[in-house]
Ligand binder design. Sequence first.
Ligand code: PLP
Length: 465
Amino acid sequence: MSDLFDAYPYATRYAVQRALPDVGRDPDQVLAELREMATEEDAVWEQGQCSGTMYCGDHEHYGVLNEAFGMFSHSNALQRDMCPSATRFEGEIIAMALDLMHAEAVTGTTPAGMVTGGGSGSILQAVLAHRDRARATKGIDRPSMVRPDTAHPAFAKAAHLFGLELRTVPVDPDTTVVDPQAMADAIDESTVVIVGSAGNYPYGTIDPIADLGQVALEHDTALHVDACLGGFILPFGEELGYDIPPFDFRVPGVSTISADTHKYGYGLKGSSTVLFRDKETRNASYFLVPEWSGGKYYSPGLEGSRSVGLLAATWTSLVTTGRDGYRAHAKDIFATSAAMQEVVRSHPELRLLGDPTFLFAFTSDEFDIYHVADAMKEHGWRFNGLQYPNALHLAVTRPQTQPGVVERFGRDLAAALAYAKEQTQPPASAAIYGGVPGGLTSDGAEFIGAVMTELLDAQQTVPEP
Ligand SMILES: *Cc1c(COP(=O)(O)O)cnc(C)c1O
């Protein structure tokens, strides 16, 4: 296993904690140790060579959010009598997200929202709401969901957890977006929700949401738009004049939208929004336990206790950035991404996938593109690896908009292509979401499943006594 993942990454530098220390350690010493790790780990992305994940990258902004977090980190959002601030933060976060998604276009119902612990949480909540709403209003008790194969794995997780049949529709390999007719063909009377992405994680492209909205209306089903990634950047791309087709509540048939405050909302990790055209749908997912001996229990989402700190930090991110801040950052990100795509286009042996904006993916028909990832890794670049076909994507974030990064990308990519063309052995990089360990090249579902389990085990290794 050790060749895939180091389960004791700091064992040579710091004592390994195998049990609670008998005597508590000196906080200054502990903080110094943490600072060392954090500073070194930040250096991995600070040069702007890491795809996605550090959407903001501005330590001053993080400092403000951390201060906001610290004031409320110890408060529990369940106890609103003690922290009315949570109600202010949550309501206003939802209001700002609804405004961004053009909830003013909704007629006949009352739009609503929920703050969740992340994009997956928002997707789980939406699917749960559609399942329970369809059961209550249409008596559907064997529900199904239809999604493009580019839809985030959180939809598969939701289907698994909540007992929905999952139907997957392949996307067009050239455009990388789904065909609305193919989606319509997969719908039947059991379908409680269909999915479109704005944009999808693999290619950053936007499914034809207006057509999917029509499909949803014609089949009397719900449409969830996954704007986890694009929700806080695409609206500003639209304002800047980029060709962004509408994907929000202005589109008839859009029922729910997930939009991550912890991605291009530049908030701290652990926060997202899920927005509902119709409050009744949101409320269908509420879980109420009126008769418990511990008291009447209710919590809006999947979590019980939640830190008010994250609500405070998310709210602070939104109000300190403001429309002008988001627009300015989007302008830099869209321009940087366009310039990087131009670099890719200048190499005939590379092929961009679909028609992307802030996140772009490319492959090669001449060699395995993971050789390019291997060579770029030597220069400090970290791409996300895709499969079927093998491809690399770069989600352009604010760290990439620093001066010189596009030029460095051009230089290092040219060198990486020369390297890739010479290779006769399989590459070391592989398609792993959220990480690119070497040495994983074999296919076969069972083997890969076993390796993925080992990787998860290794991430949570308990040091031996
Ligand atoms: C990141 C992402 C998600 C899931 O988000 P988490 O915050 O990692 O749970 C869902 N959909 C898309 C398109 C994403 O990019």
